[in-house]
Design a protein around this ligand. Structure first.
Ligand code: HEM
Length: 116
């Protein structure tokens, strides 16, 4: 039986599986070619801990981080679909739903600012 996202270890599993899928996606993987995952994954875990558990300390402006990337609408849709797929594969419950809702709101906000 699936459980909800309960702690940072769950977030680590979420982020690891998500990037496993992202790096198999021909359209998304080029964005991560130069990214050091040893430092990137802990940042993602910290971000999701802030977004789901309200853990203080994550202050990065996500719009600024993504602003320079040549992102198109379809890539946001692909990113979101893989994120939702990852959550549904691993978890079930209020935090799982909250993660999907946060991801959607942030992705749509970013998309409306970045995609011309
Ligand atoms: C097509 C969609 C997206 C692509 C291709 C993408 C790609 C990337 C890349 C390449 C980085 C690393 C930037 C760097 O370190 O130089 C990054 C960072 C990050 N992204 Fe995205 N991203 C996308 C959407 C999103 C969305 C929708 C969210 C949140 C819901 C998100 C959350 C983050 C976070 C938390 C970081 C780490 C920022 C930091 O603390 O340094 N991304 N993204």
């Amino acid at each position: 039986m699936k459980t909800d996202i309960l702690n940072e270890n769950d977030l680590k599993n979420l982020v690891d599986l998500f990037y496993g899928l992202v790096l198999k996606d021909e359209d998304l993987k080029p964005f991560f070619r130069k990214i050091n995952f040893e430092t990137h994954i802990p940042k993602m875990v910290q971000f999701w801990s802030f977004a789901i558990f309200e853990t203080p300390g994550y202050t990065t402006n996500l719009f600024q981080v993504h602003q320079h990337m040549p992102l198109r609408k379809e890539q946001f849709s692909a990113w979101l679909a893989l994120f939702n797929q990852t959550i549904d594969e691993l978890f079930e419950g209020p935090n799982a739903l909250k993660a999907k809702q946060r991801a959607m709101v942030i992705a749509l906000g970013m998309e409306s600012k970045i995609v011309s």
